[in-house]
Design a protein around this ligand. Sequence first.
Ligand SMILES: Nc1ncnc2c1ncn2[C@@H]1O[C@H](COP(=O)(O)OP(=O)(O)OP(=O)(O)O)[C@@H](O)[C@H]1O
Length: 585
Amino acid sequence: MQRFRPYFHYLRPLRGQLILALFCLCIYSAASGFGLPTMLQIVFKPIFEAEARNLTVMEIAGLAMIIPAVFFLRGISGYFSSYLFQFIGTRVLEGIRLDYFRKLQVLPLAELQKHAAGDFTSRVINDAQQVQTVITALANDGIKHPLTLVAAVGFVIYAAFHSNVGIAVLCLAIVPLCVFPIRFVARKVLRRAHQAQAQIGSLSSQVTENLAAVREVRAFGLEERSTQRFHATSRELFAAQLKIVKYAQALNPIIEVISAGGIALTLIFAYESGVTLTDLTAVLLALYMCYDPVKKLGYLNTDLKRGAAALDRLEPVLHAPVAIADPATPVPITRLRGDIAFDHVTFAYNGGEPALRDASITIPAGTVCALVGPSGAGKTTFANLVPRFYEVGAGRVTVDGHDVRALRLADLRRNIAIVSQDPVLFNDTIYNNLLLGRPDATREEVVAAAVDAHADEFIRSFSDGYDSTVGERGALLSGGQKQRLALARAFLRNAPILILDEATSALDSQSEQMIQEALKKLVVGKTVLIIAHRFSTIRDATMILVFDRGEIVASGAHAELYAGNELYKSLYDQQNVGATIGNGL
Ligand SMILES: Nc1ncnc2c1ncn2[C@@H]1O[C@H](COP(=O)(O)OP(=O)(O)OP(=O)(O)O)[C@@H](O)[C@H]1O
């Protein structure tokens, strides 16, 4: 229960519904715990005992109508309280999911990369759903059953004063015995619930991963292997879920046997002390009304444990500190010039070996700077520190002399356009995908950007033109088309800093030529960081940084580096030979 307290604030805007639901619940509980046994006494006593002979048929009918009246009251109040609690629970779920998703948007990339995307999906869908189930159950059953129990105990005490105190003591003495199995089962369920939720996350990430890499799976013939892996995880999930069912379902018979024992003892005691059948029936019904809530509370307790397990999976994200956030008093900027400087910057992913070590370099505005070096040397890491995707461990990164940590993230990133190796397009129209570059752009500006990126022609060749949809991650487009759309987006953004991660995969020569022409136009007047893979790009750069094992080992223009740096010379020669072979020369 304590575990869920921090989430009660989601109930604050739902106060009106909550009060109404509680009101209905009180009526339901009173009608169940006290109303039903009282009804039996009021109706049965005059009919089956001595006075019956003095009653007319109409009077008996009037008495009999009390039964549907009580059930009606109980039914309608029960219906409205359940409906309202479901309403409240669903709203709470919406709130938790929204907060979770919002947090995903600001969580440091390093944090996001710790888990598979599918696992995050599973947490925001399944675990949040589990928490909703518990909060609804907690609000509904957590109040309804204790109230019913209090009303039923009230009736037993009331009956005791009218007939036999011993019966009341007997009835009530057995109820606490039920607590032991409830606690035992809850402990067992918590452990299994943790396992089950984690396995649901794993299943979800396997599906996401499989679909994202569908071509690789088919090309490498991994279908059977993936299916077997999925099957194995499903089996583990099956086992964990079955264990939960095994323990949770045992609760019902255990509590029934205990209550049956209570009923048997009550019967013996009633026989000994000469209690009438009507009184006994009412007490037995009240007794049932005591045990039933205890049983339901037992189930609620197992639900609470499942909910606690789900919270354990949601909270690492919900409570994760937002390490990369806006400063308290950001330096106001509009458009940057584009001077970039790294001042003794060291950075390591998740506390591991530094991926960038003591990097110091100044890149003046308007420089086209190629980043070269062997794979894993730190080029991407270097580029990612400029838009502050990661936080430097030591040193500082500045733009126009401002530490990037002193700027509002939105201001900084508005001044940077990024074109990645495999540009991501959303499953939307081409027009809307381009508009992401600058959401306030006019249609003319969008079209002009597409023309600059040599994309307009192929866009217009589609039957729906700019309103054609591109499929998930742009699946309906070719690699060259996706790249040109990404360039069009960068044209539209017209940011002073441009980060280009050059595609390694070769495109057909026509696409390649169009992209090169577009790029030539795009880089004019901008500070450009190109993670370069082609010798032509490297040669055209005004400045080249050579990376090796996380360090910038040399910088300068092509001719001086080629003459003076062994690593650069060998990298350049390799590229050159590769390109020459690639071109069939
Ligand atoms: N998200 C990450 N989490 C942990 N380590 C990472 C992450 N990204 C990169 N690394 C590690 O940091 C080092 C530098 O990687 P980086 O991607 O910057 O190299 P790169 O020079 O761009 O390589 P490539 O040319 O192959 O893309 C590598 O050792 C890599 O394994």
